[in-house]
Ligand binder design. Structure first.
Ligand SMILES: Nc1nc2c(ncn2[C@@H]2O[C@H](COP(=O)(O)OP(=O)(O)OP(=O)(O)O)[C@@H](O)[C@H]2O)c(=O)[nH]1
Length: 298
């Protein structure tokens, strides 16, 4: 269908949901065209809800990036699940992501049943199609079609860009008629500090074998702009001394590397030179402690 068929301006909120690692963040980035949500090949690395806004002549699409819904084991896990459901209840269109390279499992059925309860339009998105052959893809599409009465089922590859435009068209088609929700020049309404914190977190997780994602949080304590230089002071929180050593590395080598990788990304984000000061701190069992969670923004 041609995107301007009905001549109506549409605007609304959409989010991608799905099991951890389903490709939600990568898809969000592919649609918005700028790196706004962190991705990693480890499950559950998305913490904050980061909105990206796509502006088109006929529509404005506000994308919300949520963490994956999962079986909660800690207080943090429960809060994350609540956050996901809260986001779901506020969106117009939900894209449920099913990675094409993995069989449909209990988690997928669980999520499909949950979204069935909502008033949002629900689209199935079969992700990572570049990883499978046509037979596997056909099988996946069939299984997905039997899970729930989805408004549409769209196979995409965020990496190759295959069908991403079609997906955007489909989301827009199911959005309500509405005036513009945000001014033209905004692509995200997340505070800069949060985005910077996410970039530091991404760099700190890179190449770490251990299951650290849940144990790292980053807080930007201070930002000072001095002419063309932005000075940023951030704390990386871990749960245990052993994790602190992993992040810092031998004689601080790893932390230095984390700092320079993050700095490059932050300079791209801000468009200024950046001085980045990182400290690693231990906040014992922060995931189970309500006070620590509040301090860390959960
Ligand atoms: N080949 C291929 N890989 C992809 C594609 N989309 C995502 N990936 C990879 O799959 C992994 C997970 O992607 P994410 O976008 O972080 O997944 P997510 O659903 O946001 O994950 P959580 O934050 O854990 O919920 C990353 O290693 C991505 O590079 C795709 O279209 N093709």
């Amino acid at each position: 269908m041609d995107r301007k068929d009905d001549g109506v301006y549409r605007a609304g909120f959409a989010c991608f949901v799905g099991r951890p690692n389903a490709g939600k963040s990568t898809l969000t980035n592919a649609i918005i065209g700028q790196k706004i949500a962190i991705t990693s090949n480890k499950p559950q690395t998305t913490r904050h809800i980061i909105r990206g806004i796509l502006h088109r002549p006929d529509a404005q699409l506000v994308l919300v990036d949520t963490p994956g819904l999962h079986r909660p084991r800690t207080l943090l896990g429960e809060r994350l699940n609540d956050l996901v459901r809260e986001t779901w209840s506020e969106t117009d269109v939900i894209g449920v992501c099913f990675p094409a390279d993995e069989p449909i499992g209990r988690g997928d059925r669980f999520i499909s049943a949950e979204v069935g309860e909502l008033k949002a339009k629900v689209i199935a998105v079969v992700t990572k199609v570049d990883l499978v052959n046509p037979q596997t893809l056909a099988q996946r599409l069939l299984t997905v079609s039997q899970l729930y009465d989805f408004a549409e089922i769209i196979p995409v590859s965020a990496v190759s860009g295959h069908q991403v435009e079609n997906l955007i068209d489909a989301i827009v088609r199911h959005m309500p008629e509405s005036p513009q929700l945000y001014p033209d020049d905004i692509i995200t309404d997340e505070p800069e500090q949060v985005l910077i914190g996410e970039l530091v977190r991404e760099a700190a997780l890179e190449g770490v074998r251990e299951e650290l994602p849940h144990s790292i949080a980053v807080i930007v304590e201070e930002m000072q702009v001095e002419g063309k230089l932005t000075k940023i002071f951030a704390d990386i929180y871990v749960e245990r001394d052993s994790q602190k050593s992993i992040v810092i590395g031998s004689r601080g080598a790893r932390l230095k590397e984390v700092g320079s990788k993050a700095r490059v990304q932050i300079e791209k984000l801000l468009g200024t030179k950046v001085y980045l000061d990182l400290h690693v701190r231990v906040a014992k069992e922060w995931q189970r402690d309500p006070k620590q969670l509040r301090k860390l923004g959960f």
